[in-house]
Write a protein that binds this ligand. Structure first.
Ligand SMILES: NC(=O)c1ccc[n+]([C@@H]2O[C@H](COP(=O)([O-])OP(=O)(O)OC[C@H]3O[C@@H](n4cnc5c(N)ncnc54)[C@H](OP(=O)(O)O)[C@@H]3O)[C@@H](O)[C@H]2O)c1
Length: 235
């Protein structure tokens, strides 16, 4: 990759988004990332790049189309281009269907599915200019359903279908679209805490390594849908 590349990652204050940001930064990218809370965005920005030269933290809620449009404008204003968009922000509420609240259902659909649509919709014009790349972070839950997962499964099945259909729409502009379906990752997801005991799981930086390798692939080919699993089960 000869030219400096610019990436925007939604939900980069911690977990997968932060891990992707670290790996891309170490490999010469300039990074913009979002989160909902100003103090978390500021903290993550300082951790990633205290100088602020190569990192832009943006307070944006993917549930808001206005926020996402503004976020993309800020990225292009600071770095002059946008090559890679990673729709990563997401959350999960897990309960049997009879106990799943309307609010929790809506929260998942608005964040995990509509949020991905808002992020891509806001970035298409910038990606056309660079013949860039859009990657969504779905989940194995986007392909395999499980008890207490009805809302989460619905949102992630949606993202898998959405990203692949968008890929067919956007490839005529030489924009690539891929969806990554990871298994369990060692993050803060669903009130968990990263821990040494979970070192057998996928780590956030592993997702970053995958993204980096996808960016290095010949423009001729497109890994459109990728399952990322831990290679071992818990010992
Ligand atoms: N962990 C797993 O086992 C696993 C497995 C497969 C797929 N995934 C997927 O991976 C993605 C990242 O999850 P994670 O494990 O890294 O979780 P995490 O550690 O809880 O991090 C989630 C990130 O998303 C941000 N976020 C949440 N809602 C947002 C919104 N409305 N607007 C903007 N940012 C928002 C959070 O920031 P703020 O709270 O500061 O806003 C945080 O930076 C999700 O899409 C998740 O479904 C996770």
């Amino acid at each position: 990759m000869s030219q400096i590349k610019v990436a925007y990652i939604t939900g980069g204050t911690k977990g997968v988004g932060f891990g992707i940001a670290e790996v891309l930064l170490e490999n010469g990218f300039k990074i913009a990332f979002s989160g909902r809370k100003a103090e978390d965005v500021e903290k993550a920005s300082k951790q990633l790049d205290a100088s602020g030269e190569n990192v832009l933290g943006i307070v944006s809620d993917v549930k808001s189309f206005d926020d996402e449009q503004e976020a993309i404008s800020k990225v292009v204003e600071k770095f002059g281009r946008l090559d890679l968009v990673i729709a990563n922000a997401g959350l999960g509420h897990f309960a049997p269907i009879e106990d799943l609240s309307i609010e929790d259902w809506q929260d998942m659909i608005d964040t995990n599915l509509t949020g991905v649509f808002y992020t891509l919709k806001s970035s298409i014009e910038a990606l056309k200019k660079t013949e860039g790349y859009f990657i969504s972070i779905a989940s194995l839950a986007g392909e395999y359903f499980f008890e207490k997962g009805s809302g989460y499964n619905a949102s992630k099945f949606g993202v898998v279908g959405f990203t692949q259909a968008a890929m067919l729409d956007l490839r005529k502009y030489n924009i690539k679209c891929s969806v990554i379906l990871p298994g369990s990752i060692n993050t803060y997801f669903n009130n968990s805490e990263p821990s040494e005991e979970e070192s057998w799981k996928i780590q956030p930086r592993d997702v970053g390594d995958l993204v980096l390798n996808m960016m290095k692939m010949d423009p001729r080919v497109l890994p459109a849908k990728i399952e990322l699993r831990a290679s071992q089960i818990k010992k």
